[in-house]
Design a protein around this ligand. Sequence first.
Ligand code: ASP
Length: 345
Amino acid sequence: MHPEKSSILLIYTGGTIGMLKDPVKGTLKPIDFTNIMKHIPEIKGLGYFIESVSFDPPIDSSEIEPGIWTRIAEIIEENYQKFDGFVVLHGTDTMAYSASALSFMLEDLAKPVIFTGAQLPIGALRTDGKENLITSIVIAAAKEYGKPVVPEVCIYFESKLSRGNRTTKVNAEHFNAFQSANYPYLAKAGVHLVYDREHIRYPGKFRDLVVHKNFNQHIAILKLFPGMTPEYMDAVLGYSAMKALILETYGAGNAPTGAWFLDRIQKAARRNIIILDVTQCRWGSVELGRYETSRHLLNAGVISGYDITTEAATTKLMVLLAQNLTDDEVKMLLNKSLKGEITVP
Ligand code: ASP
């Protein structure tokens, strides 16, 4: 080991950054990690101590499921003392879910975990993968007075560093694929790499890393739309093992007030299903009780998701529900910012 150099572990899970076109089918498929490194010899010039681990086989991120989050977290846990920072190469499709999940799994994280990827494979001439990967490594290695500058789970993409659990994939075409609508970017990369230290979360007391490895996947998402039928709602609520429902509502958390809707919500609440109100709007927050059309949800025991993303809500619920907590404790924690995922007024 080189004590004077920052040490970084690259964790390659797959995604477009490391894909090649299958000559027969014409589809993009992940390739192995050595091939990626061949395309980016510049990494050696950074002067860091870099090691890598690769998923075998690497996957398209549409195949991600909670077991894979556990694998990523275990790799970080096993290598936590040896490295100063971690860069996770991941497909963009579900990157915001994975970064959110890892933020809730890694309790007392004090080192950078930077997710990145690309919209074009690293072997393509116009690839965005090189800049994304190189800058992610620089961010993961950055220290000030011996301490990491960004000790959080983040996504770095197209010149912007955002908190992982505040991020959503918004573009399947442009390089600028991710957005952090309700929280400032933690860094912007231009000629200079400028960190917004006021908005970066720094751990209070030093504690050992604890990894939550279990998930309760018995959750559902019900996105409201005008014209939704009671039968459709019954089909979703008929999921008997359901422990929590994310209700994707309109605007500031609003929903229909008709008895057909409210009776079903009340019945679900009586079944001890935790109902979390998350707005369909990208910007802004749920404000239960601001309108008549949300007051009835509040009365039915629905919990405000404030400005949480659906990605963060899904993964926060899965992690919390797998711990030995009472429903009231889960509800209390949903209304609390655990890893900077919500703004509680
Ligand atoms: N389908 C790819 C994935 O998410 C897309 C990408 O990496 O950009 O793995």
